[in-house]
Write a protein that binds this ligand. Structure first.
Ligand SMILES: Cc1cc2nc3c(=O)[nH]c(=O)nc-3n(C[C@H](O)[C@H](O)[C@H](O)COP(=O)(O)OP(=O)(O)OC[C@H]3O[C@@H](n4cnc5c(N)ncnc54)[C@H](O)[C@@H]3O)c2cc1C
Length: 427
């Protein structure tokens, strides 16, 4: 099991002060035991408490210890693989339901922030930046696709319009989702945890679930306690390890790396991103960046398949940042950290149940800030007997990674290298 303290990130250094939450000791009983206090677990717990169900959340480390407290902070709608791919592989009604939900996660986040007064530096507007005309054509198709599913808030940007929002010469154009935006991700998680507790939900930190005894009512074992629960929701994502071996062959933890510069002079910060939107490019191995509330540039990118921690993160990410913004060559990097997300072969979320009363949602493959919030709602609906929307995701097909346990990492890296090369060549 991993060390329980936060990584040395900008987010941990600027986190809202939070109480120390007790580890689970002795026996307890609840309606739902949620395993993992990232966005998936916290969103589920909050929806369940709002519906009046008893909830106990077990977190192996700290609230937001995983990807939810380390990510790029970009509220990106839709899914890592888009609705057109889903339309080609599932029944029309299922694709229609998933399409309708594609922008719901961002609405849930905004609603949580406003209802519970969460201070997490929310800013509006997420930009998709195209590096070549092929990517621009893709953004045009994507806009039409999203419109067809009822989402018409995305506007296309030509080169000049994009250049007025992002001071980089790299892009040929882009699009902006005004319902997207950015947040301090760890403070969002901490605010959601406080909201769960304000409604009477329990959260135990430093309490890894070691074993689940399954049955009509289930027993979740931690090092010093046990929770008896009618339902269990597993939300450990890339940090879950082998708790549910059934799921492990069809998903693979991957690392992504992020740096934060020193605080920039206000004029320099405003010159880079004059409207303070966040940006991700359209490459398969994409770069993403935005400003923090104290004017740091937070820049992420790169994927490490198999989630080994790279030795020098800044050496990998700083050159990417300078390629986008050469004007930052004299700026110091204050923080560099890594975090793990969970990849599936289809890049669509892996959702379902094992038996009647153990539910899971994981594997949003890189774009998870919005989907995880939606997942919490779907899990809560399913536990209350409304399963249609949950089942739309649960019925998505998933396949094991080729290569088995030994070769799946190099095989996937080779596949990604192929798509990366196509991006570089613009074909
Ligand atoms: C570096 C990075 C940048 C990213 N940037 C973006 C972005 O800008 N926009 C975007 O949309 N997505 C982004 N993502 C993806 C997004 O952050 C994730 O999809 C999302 O946060 C996953 O949330 P989660 O709750 O499912 O998992 P996590 O946040 O990883 O939470 C899982 C939690 O479960 C706990 N846990 C695991 N096993 C156990 C156990 N046995 N018992 C108890 N607890 C356990 C872990 O300690 C952890 O706290 C990024 C991911 C990374 C890593």
């Amino acid at each position: 099991m991993h060390s329980s303290s936060y990584p040395d990130s900008y987010y941990a250094a600027s986190a809202t002060p939070a109480p120390t939450r007790p580890l689970l000791q002795g026996e307890s009983e609840t309606d739902v035991c949620v395993i993992g206090a990232g966005y998936t677990g916290l969103s589920t717990a909050l929806f369940l408490r709002e519906a009046g169900m008893q909830v106990t959340v077990l977190e192996a480390a700290k609230v937001g210890f995983g990807a939810s407290g380390r990510n790029g902070g970009q509220i990106v709608n839709s899914y890592s693989r888009d609705i057109d791919v889903i339309e080609r592989s599932v029944a029309p009604r299922q694709a229609q339901l998933i399409g309708q939900m594609a922008f719901e996660g961002a609405r849930i986040i905004r609603q949580r922030i406003s209802q519970y007064g969460i201070d997490c530096d929310l800013r509006d507007g997420g930009i998709f930046a195209a590096l070549n005309t092929k990517q621009m054509r893709h953004l045009e198709q994507q806009q039409r696709l999203w419109q067809r599913h009822g989402h018409d808030q995305v506007e296309l940007l030509d080169r000049e319009q994009l250049r007025a929002m992002v001071a980089s010469e790299r892009y040929v154009g882009g699009s902006i989702d005004r319902s997207g935006g950015h947040i301090h991700p760890l403070n969002l998680a901490l605010g959601e945890a406080a909201a769960v507790e304000s409604l009477g939900g329990l959260i135990h930190e430093d309490s890894p679930a070691l074993r689940i005894e399954r049955g009509t009512s289930q027993l979740v074992h931690t090092p010093q306690g046990r929770v008896k629960a009618r339902y269990v929701v597993v939300a450990g994502n890339a940090y879950l390890g082998n708790l549910l071996p059934e799921l492990a062959t069809k998903s693979m933890p991957c690392g992504s790396q992020v740096i934060a510069t020193e605080p920039l002079d206000a004029a320099l910060a405003a010159s880079l991103l004059p409207q303070n939107h966040c940006v991700e490019d359209c490459n398969y191995l994409l770069d993403y960046f935005r400003l923090s509330a104290d004017n740091r540039l937070i820049y992420g990118g790169g994927v490490v398949y198999g989630a080994r921690d790279p030795a020098d993160i800044a050496a990998i990410i700083r050159p990417k940042m300078l390629k986008t913004f050469p004007q930052l060559r004299d700026v110091k990097i204050d923080y560099a950290w890594t975090g793990n997300f969970l990849l599936t072969l289809s890049r669509l979320p892996q959702v379902g149940r094992l038996g009647e009363n153990l539910f899971y949602s994981q594997g949003c493959s890189g774009h998870g800030v919005t989907y995880t919030h939606l997942a919490g709602k779907l899990l809560a609906e399913a536990l209350q007997g409304q399963t249609e929307r949950f089942d739309a995701f649960a019925q998505l097909p998933h396949y094991p990674f080729p290569g088995g346990r030994l070769l799946r990492i190099p095989f996937t890296a080779i596949g990604a290298a192929y798509y990366d090369l196509r991006d570089r060549l613009g074909v």
